[in-house]
Write a protein that binds this ligand. Structure first.
Ligand code: PMT
Length: 409
């Protein structure tokens, strides 16, 4: 079973949390199933969980040290708790005890696992396991319902005989069932099973030891697209110019400075991509030379020779088997005419025309786009970039699947 799901789960970064309870011994089997499906699994245990299963068991299965302590300098040196919170595509806590659930609901952070959950924007799934009366207690029910209202998934519990002798709901769902929930989590969404490679942010073209030619792109539009694609189940690789933004949860990011570095990173990964989105504001030119010292001020005019940079989008679109390409065109005037000319010149199926000015489109929280394709134009009105990105991904997914269906027919 795990083998046939490998294409969905391979490379997914799953943070497996274990809280204290007799069912903790079953989590080893879940970890094994995920590792067999080529997931990258890291385990974090509460101190109580270590009473029920040895961290070494999970370390042997996953191949990674298990984190347990919130203030452990060795663990922080390996991967700090904030880095771990950002790393995860999905956090699954199995078993989630009544105490664990209560603390998650009230936002307590007295264990490493709870701190991670507070610090992470990754989706969180709980597999509750506890005595049936504890599960049915109004306090536990209020906590779990409150968490579900915040978007936390609840898988189980199962019904049946319990270790304590009681019978009823409270058993940890079987590892195979939890595994299927995880597969389903990554299968849903209009871009499930797709690898989307995207560029975002500005590039910097060095002029001397301290100066560069850059532009005002903040990266906000591209980062919002990356997050929206993850929401739709895509595996997302982001090649980003310098920005102040944190990497969105579930995204693999490579930071670059220059257009040439962005080109090299894209070309190294493009063979694995189903979709390529070029949202970066890439410098068309770079200084022919870069002085290794600071250029001194003089009293006469100073001129620079600029040479063209490689065009990343045009190169990708001209590949023998290109991924589905979405380009952007940042324009200040005759936006649609110039954008359509770029779409034709670069031979790309879909292009987002982006009006930019001193106050719109670039380095702002809001944006508006017009999508141009052979099927016509779709205007996406001005709104926050996060919401706009979701609409854009909706149309991108529709057109990508339509094209794939034609190619396969
Ligand atoms: O980052 P923000 O502040 O949120 O702003 C977002 C944005 C305005 C930068 C973004 O929405 C946008 O419009 N990006 C494209 C900007 C741009 O440089 O467009 P262009 O018309 O110069 O380039 C056309 C297309 O070719 C773009 O997809 C660009 O990424 C790509 N290109 C351009 C030059 C080059 N050497 N390589 C490229 O891949």
């Amino acid at each position: 079973m795990a083998h046939s799901d490998s294409h969905i789960l391979a490379g997914r970064r799953i943070l497996l949390g274990i809280s204290g309870g007799i069912a903790a011994c079953k989590t080893a089997e879940l970890a094994r199933l995920l590792v067999t499906a080529s997931c990258d699994v890291r385990v974090v245990m509460t101190p109580a969980a270590t009473q029920f299963i040895a961290p070494l068991t999970l370390q042997a299965i996953t191949g990674w040290p298990v984190s347990t302590e919130i203030f452990d300098p060795q663990q922080e040196a390996a991967m700090g708790h904030i880095a771990l919170a950002r790393w995860a595509d999905l956090i699954v806590i199995a078993p989630a005890s009544a105490d664990c659930i209560a603390k998650l609901y009230t936002g307590q952070a007295d264990t490493l696992l709870h701190t991670l959950c507070l610090a992470s924007t990754a989706p969180l799934a709980l597999a509750p396991a506890m005595n049936t009366h504890m599960w049915q207690h109004p306090a536990t029910q209020a906590n779990i319902q409150g968490l579900q209202q915040r978007g936390v998934r609840c898988w189980g519990p199962a019904d049946g005989a319990q270790a304590c002798g009681d019978t009823g709901p409270g058993r940890l769902s079987e590892p195979t069932e939890l595994y299927q929930h995880i597969v389903a989590h990554f299968t849903h969404g209009s871009l499930a099973d797709c690898h989307l490679l995207l560029t975002a942010g500005p590039t910097r073209e060095p002029l001397d030891a301290v100066r560069y030619i850059g532009n005002r792109s903040s990266g906000r539009m591209g980062y919002a697209i990356a997050a929206a694609a993850v929401e739709q189940g895509a595996r997302v690789t982001l090649i980003s110019g310098p920005t102040a933004l944190a990497c969105p949860a579930g995204v693999t990011r490579y930071l670059v400075q220059t257009a040439q570095q962005m080109y090299d990173q894209v070309m190294a990964r493009i063979a694995q991509a189903d979709i390529f989105v070029a949202c970066a504001a890439v410098a068309d030119y770079r200084p022919e030379t870069c002085a290794d010292h600071k250029i001194k001020k003089g009293s006469t005019p100073y001129s620079l020779t600029l040479v063209p940079n490689p065009d990343i989008l045009a190169t990708v679109a001209a590949l023998p088997k290109p991924p589905y390409c979405l380009g952007f065109a940042a324009e200040t005037d005759q936006v649609l005419a110039h954008a359509e000319a770029k779409r034709q010149a670069k031979q790309i199926p879909l292009l987002a025309a982006n009006q930019v000015s001193a106050t719109t489109g670039i380095e702002t929280d809001e944006n508006a786009l017009t999508l141009l394709s052979d099927q016509g134009r779709i205007h996406l009105p001005q709104q926050p970039k996060q919401r706009l990105a979701r609409q854009l991904i909706h149309h991108l997914a529709e057109q990508y699947h339509a094209q794939t269906a034609v190619q396969n027919s």
